[in-house]
Design a protein. Structure first.
Lengths: 222, 221
């Protein structure tokens, strides 16, 4: 469906991202204690995290498919999606840090979610280093696929379970005002969901360019 | 399969016993690290408080575990691996390695606990529960690190790779252990930490299942 040769989804991605960027800055937002105007970061920071999770899940799916089929093209896809996911991870952590500077007072406040996301990025950087340490392409594909799958499932307790055991300073945790009941009026949703789709499509686009280059390299080699 | 695991375990134990230098080396490594920690605090005339005690102990155990488990696949020569490949199922190999490494790490951690308490003072108010945490925690360490050692042994520069691959994936286990052992150190009622102990065991189960399922793909080369 998301073929590189079709352009509708790229246009859709650009439009949705542009809508989220402009709408996020211009449209009315609910007033909340502590958060105030910084609530607008929901449109960028949180949506980038969602995009990252979706892209990294794509990378996991391709690693699984690689292990069951031994098709080199799947491994190329796994790597490209992991790279695009990491890009959003870095952007998400930077936007989160800027937001934290104005809401919590420090760029790095030792929040459990902040720490967990930094560790999750470390896992994927280790994955790229692992990839680059092999000479033999088949060995590289197989072993990095194994690590990718293991790392993804090791990340889930990190991102979803551990922060819940201690109080996080994130909105909605530990008595901080959350978004849940404001979501109901739909103001935030109107930008939030399109932004997730927009970022994800942009990520898929980045990845597909890389995939195309690598695919050509692979067939040229053979 | 049980027979295979038993044979492989026996082989590992006999091998370890014949090459005593590896075991002794690890023991000396642990004790010197503990002693260095002790001296570093001693030179400042500072007493180690319970928080530093907890963190120091587990960091030492983490590094000891990485150096202990790192050799489990790296020490085996290419030819011998091919021999095992023809002889036994890959699942038996990873299970035997996990069991063997768990046993070794539990032994090391308990010994280190003794030495640590001797030089830095015993801060643990509930030692029985602390040993239980050591048991649950080191099994998680051994499982994760065994698979990582398998991955690193296939790569070219495996010494450093072992460490950078292991650190991020072992953090969930490490954080759970440190939280739990804090409860043991403070002597909080055991029923209070049941939730966290179950989470730790669940993480152990997840990494164990993953290692069991993924190892056959690693092995086939």
């Amino acid at each position: 469906m998301f073929s590189i040769k079709k352009s509708w989804w790229k246009i859709l991605g650009v439009l949705l991202t542009a809508y989220a960027l402009l709408g996020g800055l211009l449209m009315e937002v609910p007033r909340l204690a502590i958060l105030n105007e910084t609530i607008r970061n929901l449109y960028y920071h949180v949506t980038m995290w969602f995009g990252m999770i979706i892209l990294l899940t794509g990378s996991l799916v391709y690693s699984l498919r690689y292990l069951s089929s031994k098709n080199e093209h799947f491994d190329i896809r796994a790597e490209a999606y992991a790279k695009a996911g990491c890009l959003f991870g870095v952007l998400g952590i930077v936007t989160g840090m800027v937001w934290a500077r104005y809401t919590w007072g420090e760029f790095w406040s030792g929040d459990p979610k902040q720490n967990a996301s930094a560790i999750a990025l470390l896992i994927y950087f280790a994955y790229f280093i692992l990839r680059s340490s092999f000479e033999d392409p088949q060995q590289r594909s197989r072993i990095s696929a194994v690590y990718n799958i293991f790392a993804y499932f090791a990340m889930i307790p990190l991102l979803f379970i551990l922060p819940r055991l201690t109080d996080s300073m994130h909105p909605g945790n530990g008595g901080n005002p959350g978004f849940n009941y404001f979501d109901l009026d739909g103001k935030l949703r109107m930008i939030f969901y399109p932004a997730i789709i927009g970022w994800t499509l942009m990520g898929v686009w980045f990845a597909s360019i890389k995939i195309r280059i690598q695919d050509i390299r692979l067939t040229q080699d053979l | 399969m049980l027979k295979e695991i038993k044979a492989l375990l026996w082989k590992d134990i006999v091998l370890e016993w014949r090459h005593k230098y590896a075991l002794n080396g690890i023991l000396l490594y642990t004790f010197s690290t503990i002693f260095i920690c002790y001296l570093s605090f001693e030179v400042l005339h500072a007493r180690v408080d319970q928080f530093s005690w907890n963190a120091l102990y587990w960091i030492i155990i983490l590094f000891t575990s990485i150096s202990t488990v790192a050799k489990s696949f790296i020490q085996e020569k290419e030819g011998r691996q091919l021999y095992y490949f023809n002889l036994v199922r890959p699942q038996s190999i990873i299970l035997s390695k996990i069991i063997y490494n768990s046993g070794l790490l539990v032994l090391l951690a308990v010994l280190a606990f003794g030495v640590f308490s001797l030089v830095l003072g015993n801060r643990v108010q509930d030692p029985g529960f602390f040993v239980l945490i050591i048991l649950a925690g080191t099994v998680g360490f051994a499982t994760t690190l065994s698979l990582m050692s398998g991955i690193a042994s296939k790569a070219d520069n495996n010494g450093m790779l072992m460490a950078i691959l292991s650190f991020p994936v072992i953090i969930p286990v490490l954080l759970m252990i440190i939280k739990l052992s804090r409860n043991a150190i403070d002597g909080i009622a055991r029923s209070e930490s049941l939730d966290e102990l179950l989470t730790l065991l669940a993480i152990d189960m997840i990494v164990g299942t993953l290692a069991y399922l993924l190892f056959p793909y690693l092995w086939r080369s």
